[in-house]
Design a protein around this ligand. Structure first.
Ligand code: GLC
Ligand code: CA
Length: 534
């Protein structure tokens, strides 16, 4: 298996198109807006964009309900605009990753419009239908009473997201509507999705973030089935598009890379560790079963970073050089990274996250510390996710530089806080969070130990203890990151063999490191961090 050569240095910026930048005054962000901000994204030292779904859709799940996989939604622009985005990104040595939603379509997709008419049409088996509306369904989620077809269709997420038919491993004879994964009808779906990928790759797209990637196949041996499916796609990509990346929303990097992905996220939807770092408090929207208790990055100082560190190290060891852990500051589904912290408290959190091995993903707005906006209700199936989907704050003006539309026409309202951060103001301030993020990401680019591949070791870390200190090396290059997010001053003694000279790249005032023969001692004031390099 091959790896796209650019992944070694990839730093990804997630763009939620509807609230990024509106260039035609309709209150909705658009592709020309993304193009206009490519230089800004590049200025962060990010070199790739993950663009959330921008395709024709009835927008009952904000675009994760696709009606035409091969056509840009008019509200975002045209296919030509997307092609221009690919070209403009490539001119800047950047990459564009599209969001592929292979598991389900909207109710408006022509495949579904045909399928719901009845069994006997070319798309009759594209979705998973029972043979009659009263038939046994097992524990799966089905919708009954929709359309003319006498049967119920299986769904993936919302009621309006009918599941495409990738088959069952194995098909259970008790449920005659289940097809095996190698059934010719099922293979048609697989090919249709391959053609979608081919369409965009041929236009210049650099790969896909794959929505709900682990759940396309069901049944007792689903895991083996899903591995076979993604290996099939990956082998094809390796042959035909070796520079294209496959990133999964699986939330288990070891399993996802074993299944053929290049990158998978540690995130809210997987094991407990990630949530416990930043989003354990129940009032911060987390959409995670592990919310509750205390975050490690909290002044209360009652959190635990070890679950994350143990899980992270286990994945690193399992992956070797076969794939990457994707490390998200946040995304469009979970509470903002900021989560009520002050901008100064964000620096330890950013230093910790952005210097880990793997591939960083910065959710647009996190680099300036945009916060959750609660109480916005539902927008296109967002529900509590509205809090993290508000318009990007570009400048200090009334419209925040997002759009010239009347504010009531904005896709979602701006953060009403008089203290809301913005990119233009922070750009001018050398000590801003924005410039801090730039500096950390620049370090990734110039210091091998800080890169995606360098090795990783916990130098000081214990259950429920502050601080956490980690080290990284690559050849001669060395890096150490220490964070004390808690509200108390702390001390740590730890072994540090072979360290002769080092320098402080950046540190909170009052942090003290004393390193002697093989041993080191650190003193850290509340909410502090330090980054050392050799
Ligand atoms: C993923 C997306 C989310 C969407 C869901 C259904 O989790 O990130 O936004 O609602 O899949 O497609
Ligand atoms: Ca617009």
């Amino acid at each position: 298996m091959t790896q796209p050569s650019w992944l070694k240095n990839a730093v990804v910026y997630e763009v939620y198109p509807q609230t990024f930048l509106d260039t035609n005054g309709d209150g909705i962000g658009d592709l020309p807006g993304v193009i206009r901000k490519l230089d800004y994204i590049k200025s962060l030292n990010a070199n790739a964009i993950w663009l959330n779904p921008c395709f024709v859709s009835p927008f009952q799940d904000a675009g994760y309900d696709v009606a035409d996989y091969c056509k840009v939604a008019p509200r975002y622009g045209t296919n030509d605009d997307l092609k221009r985005l690919f070209d403009e990104a490539h001119r800047r040595e950047m990459h564009v990753i599209l969001d592929l939603v292979p598991g389900h379509t909207s109710l408006q997709h022509p495949w579904f419009l045909e399928s719901q008419k009845g069994k006997d049409n070319p798309y009759g088996n594209f979705y998973i239908w029972t043979n009659g509306w009263g038939e046994k369904k097992g524990s799966y989620r089905f919708i009954s009473g929709y359309g003319n077809r006498d049967g119920c269709f299986m769904i993936n997420f919302f009621y309006c997201q009918p599941a495409l038919n990738y088959g069952f491993a194995p098909a259970d004879p008790e449920y005659p509507w289940q097809f095996p994964v190698d059934h010719p009808e099922v293979l048609k779906v697989r090919e249709a999705m391959r053609n979608v990928m081919k369409f965009w790759l041929d236009m210049g797209c650099d790969g896909f973030r794959v929505d709900m990637a682990a759940s396309l196949i069901r049944g007792e041996n689903a895991a083996a089935g899903i591995r076979e499916l993604w290996h099939d796609y990956r082998n094809w990509l390796d042959r035909e598009y070796p520079e294209a990346v496959l990133i999964s929303e699986w939330c288990n990097p070891s399993d996802a890379v074993d299944a053929g992905f290049h990158v998978d996220f540690m995130a809210h939807c997987g094991e407990s560790g990630y949530t416990k770092l930043f989003r354990a408090e129940p009032e911060r929207i987390s959409n995670s079963p592990f919310a509750g208790g205390h975050s490690y990055f909290d002044l209360a100082g009652k959190g635990d970073a070890m679950p994350f560190l143990r899980q992270f190290q286990r994945h690193l060891k399992h992956l070797g050089n076969r794939g990457y852990v994707g490390l998200i500051t946040g995304n469009h589904d979970i509470g903002r990274f900021r989560g009520g912290r002050t901008l100064e408290e964000m620096k330890p959190a950013m230093a910790f996250m952005l210097l880990l091995p793997g591939i960083p993903f910065i959710y647009a707005g996190d680099e300036i510390g945009m916060d959750n906006v609660f109480g916005l209700g539902n927008k296109e199936g967002s529900y509590n996710r509205s809090a993290c989907r508000t318009p990007m704050q570009w400048d200090a003006s009334g419209h925040a530089g997002f759009s010239s539309a009347l504010p009531e026409k904005f896709y979602l309202p701006l953060d009403p806080s008089p203290l809301r951060p913005d990119a233009a103001t922070q750009d001018q301030d050398p000590d801003s969070l924005l410039n801090f993020v730039r500096k950390l990401l620049k370090l990734r680019a110039i210091c091998p130990a800080a890169g995606n591949d360098g090795d990783f070791r916990v130098l000081f870390g214990e259950e429920n203890v502050y601080p956490v200190i980690y080290g990284r090396t690559a050849g001669d290059s060395w890096l150490m990151v220490a964070v004390n997010p808690g509200g108390e001053s702390v001390k740590a003694s730890f072994g540090l063999p072979g360290l002769r000279q080092y320098r402080v790249l950046s540190a909170s005032p009052g942090v003290k490191l004393t390193a002697a023969e093989g041993a080191a001692e650190m003193e850290m004031p509340p909410a502090s961090y330090a980054v050392y390099i050799r």
